[in-house]
Design a protein. Sequence first.
Length: 468
Amino acid sequence: MTVVTRFAPSPTGFLHIGGARTALFNKLFAKHHGGQYLLRIEDTDAKRSTQEAIDAIYDALSWLGLECDEEPVSQSARRDRHAKVAQQLLDSGHAYRCYASPEELTEMRAQQKAAGQPTRYDGRWRDRAPSEAPAGVDPVIRLRAPQDGETVLEDLVQGQVTVANAQLDDMILLRSDGSPTYMLSVVVDDYDMGITHVIRGDDHLTNAFRQIQIFKAMGWKTPIYGHVPLIHGPDGAKLSKRHGALGAEAYRDMGFLPEALRNYLLRLGWGHGDDEIISDEQAIAWFDGSGLGKAPARFDTAKLTALNTHYLKAADNGHLVSLITPGLEQNTGVPMDELASSRLLAGMESLKERAKTLVDLTESAALYVRGRPLVMEPKAAKILSDEPRVVLAAARNALSDLQPWTAEALENWAREYAESHHLKLGQLAQPLRAAVTGSNVSPPIFEVIAIFGRDETLSRIEDIAEST
Ligand code: GLU
């Protein structure tokens, strides 16, 4: 059997972080088994399912590297097929027409409530002859669900879960306007797409019993389900807006790398021993459906940040340059040219060591992009008072013929120069940093100066001298 999984989001305007985890689990499970991972957009709610909302899901999935293996399926495009299956169920006697009016059903529920009974459809049209159908009423089609026995779910995560069939009423499959219900659509789509395993949030656990009943009525093999507990916030309550961002794209905007978020989401509700850093290859090799926790995992931004710090350090320097270039251009208003790009690349190793997110990295990288004359940050301006300016001007002359122009040689020179001029290293290095970077914080200053090169460095020091 080839394993086929799917992610079936309903467009809401963004990819929910829990949905991203569901997509990841389904993709990994399929890849682990050498199978396929498909995408179905559950776009039957026309109001919410705008192209924009659908594109937001595609964008976020593609950013996260969770694209599907085949063309995505649109649920709304398959209405006719869903209706046909309802008709088939009707023909085989597994479904029937119900002519009960909304008023009648409201009254039925009121009576059930008053009698302290659970409110469910009482099967009033289950055994009535078609000849009793009232004229001019469009019926709904309901499943003739089993009334005795139980429906058993062997869940990959929850274990065996059983529901007495008496608790499940005859659900509507097709509404009176001929539109299929969600429950019917999901089953028909899962069957037609050849889905063998459904991993999804446990908010769908109760739906699974009803879906299994439809599968059985059609004589179709039921997929294997795995209902994963929903993600909770740090306080233990279901993750909601008040805990922070819910959309995956918000994490992109906060400067998280997709590989860090993937690794984080993977560990959220699934474990492989004590492993924290898990590569995509390891994840595929290990994600076999076991190790999924029954208790809801808590979203912890600090852990995500720690992973991001790790993945930033591990990332290719050139890749990081290209990731931050648009943001850098926007922040500095300076278009990135080849020289800035090559300086940034040279400085990236040190910059990424100090960054927690791409946002941090973009901020700290601006020093390689901003050109002369520098706008001094207030703290840098403060460093450059009269005395340090004199130190700088003298040091500039000594620097002008230093050979070679490397970080190491510059640092050695600075130590010797400071010593011979009765200065502390900081009394030389801090003004240098301020003059060359416009800031009081930077990556190791001699590395920065080495990257800028002699001419640029000397010019920046001269700018300070001239600005007195
Ligand atoms: N469309 C449903 C949702 O977004 C998922 C349905 C399913 O996975 O069966 O919650």
